[in-house]
Design a protein around this ligand. Structure first.
Ligand SMILES: Cc1cc2nc3c(=O)[nH]c(=O)nc-3n(C[C@H](O)[C@H](O)[C@H](O)COP(=O)(O)OP(=O)(O)OC[C@H]3O[C@@H](n4cnc5c(N)ncnc54)[C@H](O)[C@@H]3O)c2cc1C
Length: 398
């Protein structure tokens, strides 16, 4: 190994940045840390639904990665990794090969719009809010929709794991339409592959089914659960059971897979198999955190669903991986890592909900789901706090 360990991190988001800062804190000049990311900025993804509603502008929720990383002595390479050679320990980009002693894969998901014909904003007929560009495009579609409103369909197709954003979006649409006093012109249907509303891919959280049923009923949003989509046409969702639902505006979550550059290091979906310390099961100098990690869903559902990997979970994984790498380099015992838990604030338009699931997969030591306007303020405050924290590299703070 070189004098100071060369650690390369793929991805400059929740997982990549947290790992980079934590490693720097643990190892200081014992490591040369490089972050490789195709994007040149950190995007606070949880606020993308607000961008799609016009409640946030891109500048409100993004920070240039160079501004974050350079002051901390972390090298930033603004390139897409096109491959990884685990045998020669190199990351490959279009312009260079980057050797590493340790590699951390924090590349998040590839969005699989090809899973259902007509799905997605590029080649299909549905909007998406999973990237900044998609959220901005969705906002344009929303503005066009407001000129001539009609039926709205929101939901998650079969195979989805990240269920939260469609819930947030449908509640926000309802809130905004009521504010504009045109809710009576818009039938709203929520379609999901979850076996019941409030399942969230994690087998529900305490009374999540009952609470969510009430929230949808209060807002008069029709729910269809346990359904798979056959195809989307320009103005209709066609379900596998033959039901057809017309729409003027549709927003659907897609299934996810691992990104191309690291797909060969993963399972059949390209997600990286890791041990309890987030170390690759086959390659001991490769780690993975966040959405890139392979995690089995808690139960088999009639329509396939996956386990969501949230921002909170990602940060927890990154801290554990950084501690383990630091222990390796300094010749210490690796830390004992507990199964990952989740704390999530879900926007509900006029209110919000807090969800705690520790661990994420049942049985749990701690579980909570509560709704109230105070959680909306908490969510808005958390956005500002997280952006402040990440800009300064203060990932050791809660
Ligand atoms: C709309 C939406 C709302 C959400 N809301 C919440 C919420 O309220 N609370 C919560 O806890 N979680 C929320 N989540 C989940 C949360 O955003 C994710 O858990 C988190 O972003 C995962 O972080 P990550 O670092 O693993 O991956 P990502 O955030 O996806 O980041 C991956 C990074 O890797 C880069 N990358 C990808 N491929 C390459 C490559 N080949 N070479 C170089 N760089 C590459 C990407 O550009 C990106 O910068 C939400 C998710 C979505 C989509």
């Amino acid at each position: 190994m070189a004098e100071s360990a060369r650690i390369v991190i793929l991805g400059g988001s929740f997982g990549g940045l947290t790992t980079a800062f934590e490693l720097k804190r643990h190892l200081r000049n014992q490591a040369d840390i490089t972050v490789v990311c195709d994007l040149d900025k950190f995007v606070f993804i949880p606020s993308l639904p607000w961008v799609s509603m016009g409640w946030r502008q891109p500048d409100d929720i993004t920070i240039p990665l160079d501004e974050i990383l350079s002051p901390k002595g972390i090298t930033f390479i603004n390139e897409e990794a096109t491959g990884v050679d685990p045998d020669s320990s190199k990351v490959i980009t279009a312009n260079q090969e980057i050797p590493y002693d340790y590699l951390v894969i924090a590349t998040g998901p590839a969005l699989v719009f090809s899973a259902v014909p007509g799905l997605g904003p590029d080649e299909g007929y549905t909007e998406c809010i999973f990237t900044l560009e998609q959220a901005q495009k969705c906002h344009k579609a929303w503005e066009r929709f407001l000129e001539e409103p009609g039926p709205v369909v929101v939901g998650s197709v079969q195979g989805v794991s990240c269920f939260g954003p469609p819930y947030e979006y449908v509640f926000e649409i309802d809130t905004e339409l009521r504010k504009r006093k045109i809710r009576h012109k818009v039938p709203i249907t929520f379609i999901t592959s979850e076996p019941y509303i409030g399942h969230f891919g994690i087998g529900g959280v305490r009374k999540s089914k009952r609470i969510m049923e009430d929230e949808f009923a209060d807002r008069e949003i029709k729910i269809l659960t346990n359904v798979a989509v056959e195809e989307f046409t320009p103005d209709e969702v066609r379900l596998k059971d033959g039901t057809k639902i017309p729409f003027k505006l549709a927003m659907f979550a897609p299934p996810m897979a691992g990104v191309k550059a690291v797909f060969h290091l993963g399972n059949e979906k390209g997600f990286i198999p890791v041990d309890s310390n987030y170390r690759h099961k086959q390659y001991s100098n490769i780690f993975s955190v966040g959405v890139a990690v392979a995690m089995a869903p808690p139960e088999k559902t009639p329509i396939p669903t996956g386990l969501p990997k949230t921002g909170y979970m990602t940060v927890e994984m990154a801290k554990a991986a950084a501690k383990t790498i630091a222990a390796d380099i300094t010749g210490k015992e690796p830390p004992q890592v507990e199964p990952v838990g989740a704390v999530c604030l879900m926007d509900m338009g006029s209110t919000a909900a807090i969800m705690i699931a520790k661990p994420v997969v049942p049985p749990r030591q701690k579980a909570e789901l509560k709704a109230g306007v105070q959680y909306k303020w908490l969510k808005a405050g958390f956005e500002k706090y997280f952006l402040w924290k990440i800009k300064r590299g203060l990932t050791q703070l809660p």
